[in-house]
Design a protein around this ligand. Structure first.
Ligand code: ADP
Ligand code: 5GP
Length: 192
């Protein structure tokens, strides 16, 4: 069976990574898309698992060949979703793309199989909780944290362009809501 493409996005720190990890652990029929990047690998990062690491020349060549479902530049490096990799995974699994809101909207525009793509936005219960989660994760400097929070208003304002919105208040409830959406969309249109 050809799988579906589930795009899970939402503001930084909302819990996308945590939720996606749980979904993949509990459902072997799901695969995660691995992005390409021109940034250098961090310690412990494995080529083909965390990212496909490309040179700038290789990346630009792939852009010209139309090899990305979407791509963007962050902090001076390119990042993109490789079309061929996603297509290959979709032959026997449903695929999750965990990308930011701008990337998700680009994918929706570029993906030809409109029936096969489902856009899900994860939102926080409120801004204070989001801030606390970002601070608690401790992975950004104070300046970087403010930059990320500034983007949140724009990102959440795009929610009407999504098929589903899931509130990540309790982790267990949010995970179940995502699993229900995936189940429902996977079998949509199938005869029983
Ligand atoms: P994202 O991938 O969207 O940037 P993360 O998955 O890294 O976000 O989550 C940000 C932080 O919030 C992490 O420290 C994570 O453990 C925590 N977190 C995620 N979901 C919840 C939740 N429902 N309740 C409490 N903490 C959460
Ligand atoms: P990092 O270098 O910390 O791994 O990622 C930096 C930023 O790039 C993050 O905001 C991350 O969401 C974004 N990113 C990672 N992969 C992709 C991708 O395939 N496409 C886009 N548009 N952004 C990505």
């Amino acid at each position: 069976m050809k799988g579906k493409l589930f795009v899970i996005s939402g503001p930084s720190g909302v819990g996308k990574g945590t939720l996606v990890k749980l979904l993949l652990q509990e459902d072997s029929s799901l695969a995660l898309s691995v992005s390409c990047t021109t940034r250098a690998p961090r310690e412990g990062e494995v080529n083909g698992k965390h990212y496909f690491f490309l040179t700038r020349e290789e990346f630009l060549k792939r852009i010209n060949e139309g090899g990305f479902l979407e791509y963007d530049e962050h902090f001076g490096n390119y990042y993109g979703t490789p079309k061929a990799f996603v297509k290959e995974q979709l032959e026997n699994k449903s695929v999750i793309l965990e990308i930011d809101v701008a990337g998700a909207l680009q994918v929706k525009e570029n993906y030809r199989d409109a029936e096969g793509i489902v856009l899900i936005m994860v939102v926080p219960p409120d801004m204070q909780t989001l801030r606390q989660r970002l601070v608690g994760r401790g992975s950004e400097s104070a300046e970087e944290l403010e930059k990320r929070l500034e983007r949140v208003r724009f990102e959440i304002a795009q929610k009407n362009r999504y098929d589903y919105v899931v509130i990540n208040d309790g982790l267990e409830d949010a995970k179940r809501a995502l699993q229900n959406i995936i189940l429902q969309e996977t079998f949509r249109g199938d005869k029983v």
